[in-house]
Write a protein that binds this ligand. Structure first.
Ligand code: DC
Length: 218
């Protein structure tokens, strides 16, 4: 079969990674989590005392950053300078930093090259913010996932509580709103629905319902 690509974009907490993972499994193709790459850049900055809010700092850091995506038992692992950081990039601080470094042109160019190379070699379900609009404009199917900010905050809250991490719903909602604003208002390749993307509001849908909708669209 010809290689094909499904692009899934949308704001933080809309369910992109959950849905994309299930889709990839159903279709027996790989899932590419592009947010993990921006997160790895942020982690490098945090660990090496570069200020992720300063363009010059991040650009200098970028020179020392090598990111690789590998697959273990069908799960994506992300390597930062050959160290597996998959489990270290899920903190609140890294979320904030990733949204900041993602506004920097040089960072995006480097990550997008990596993303396009993966899609050249494999059939993919790729999720992010600019996959349908910029990274893979010729994707076979483009989905734009949304959900109300309250629902997205609630999902994140439940996820953290299940992991035994104490958190505050209002605080999470504020952080999500801030990240939405950051991701949508940046100059280069902002979060935006592609003209030919199909929007699915997941607020009142189960995970299985969303997956079925997308399979039907395919
Ligand atoms: O999907 P995520 O929460 O792991 O993404 C982390 C940050 O990375 C997000 O706030 C914006 C940025 N990002 C991006 O700008 N473009 C992408 N394709 C994926 C993520």
């Amino acid at each position: 079969m010809e290689r094909f690509a499904i692009a899934i974009d949308g704001p933080a907490g809309a369910g992109k990674s959950t849905i994309a993972k299930l889709l990839a499994k159903r279709l027996n193709i790989i899932y590419v989590d592009t947010g993990a790459m921006y997160r790895a850049v942020a982690l490098y900055c945090i660990e090496n005392a570069f200020d992720y809010n300063k363009k010059e700092d991040v650009e200098r850091a970028l020179e020392n950053i090598d990111i690789k995506i590998v697959y273990q038992d069908d799960n994506q692992r992300i390597l930062l300078n050959n160290r597996d950081v998959t489990d270290l990039i899920r903190t609140g601080e890294v979320s904030k930093g990733s949204s900041a470094v993602a506004t920097i042109y040089a960072v995006r160019i480097k990550m997008v090259e990596l993303q396009r190379n993966i899609a050249k070699e494999n059939s993919v379900v790729m999720d992010g913010r600019d996959i349908g609009t910029y990274v893979l404009p010729d994707a076979n199917l483009k989905i734009f996932l949304t959900a109300s900010v309250e629902e997205r905050a609630r999902r994140r809250y439940n996820e953290l509580m299940e992991k035994g991490i104490e958190c505050n719903l209002e605080q999470i909602k504020k952080e999500i709103e801030q990240r939405d604003k950051n991701d949508s208002s940046r100059e280069f390749a902002p979060l935006r629905k592609a003209d030919d993307a199909i929007e699915i509001d997941t607020t009142n849908l189960t995970i299985e319902e969303v997956v079925e909708k997308i399979i039907a669209l395919l």
